[in-house]
Ligand binder design. Structure first.
Ligand code: FES
Length: 184
């Protein structure tokens, strides 16, 4: 089963900004060893919550340029993946000492500084914040802006302003190699 990953961005190269979407090859696998060939059957039967709970998604991030943001669909929820530039990383880390509503160092939120991986659901009442797509409002802190009630997140996915009670949640994920990530 192929999972689709939308490409969205803030400041990528001109060529890349011309593309609204990019479909990157991904793979949905069962953590308990379900054969890939079993997935079409399972999918057609509307997988149970148990089946969804064990699913994971592999994404090849090789084509995701520095500064680019993409959204993956994992278990039916959006996962924001942000390939941060050295400048963005430095800015984010410099904010570790700011007055954060939900204090957390950036280093505690990433496995690799250049890759931020967060669940794209506002921790207030569950809206999907904007800021993934080129030209979308990102709030005052360069991350994401939730139009529902005005929460603003920074480039570490930390809540900085508004009613959201905590930072964007982090999904379970791991790097399988230099550029392949497994979510779930
Ligand atoms: S749901 Fe995001 S601010 Fe209310």
């Amino acid at each position: 089963m192929k999972a689709r990953m939308d490409e969205t961005t803030s400041d990528i190269s001109e060529n890349e900004t011309r593309r609204d979407f990019l479909v990157l090859a991904t793979r949905t696998v069962g953590a308990t060893g379900l054969a890939l060939s079993a997935w079409p059957f399972i999918d057609s039967m509307n997988p149970s919550s148990d089946a969804l709970a064990i699913s994971s998604v592999d994404l090849d991030l090789d084509k995701v340029a520095a500064g680019q943001r993409i959204t993956a669909n994992w278990r039916g929820i959006p996962v924001f993946i942000y390939h941060r530039t050295p400048e963005q990383i430095a800015m984010t880390q410099a904010d570790d000492g700011s007055n954060l509503p939900d204090p957390q160092a950036d280093s505690a939120r990433v496995q690799r500084n250049e890759w931020l991986v967060v669940i794209g659901i506002c921790t207030h009442l569950g809206c999907v914040p904007i800021g993934q797509r080129r030209g979308e409002q990102k709030g005052n802190f360069g991350g994401w802006f939730c139009r529902c009630h005005g929460s603003q997140y920074d480039t570490s996915g930390r809540i900085r302003k508004g009613p959201a009670p905590r930072n964007l949640d982090l999904p379970a994920y791991s790097f399988l190699d230099g550029t392949t990530i497994r979510i779930g």
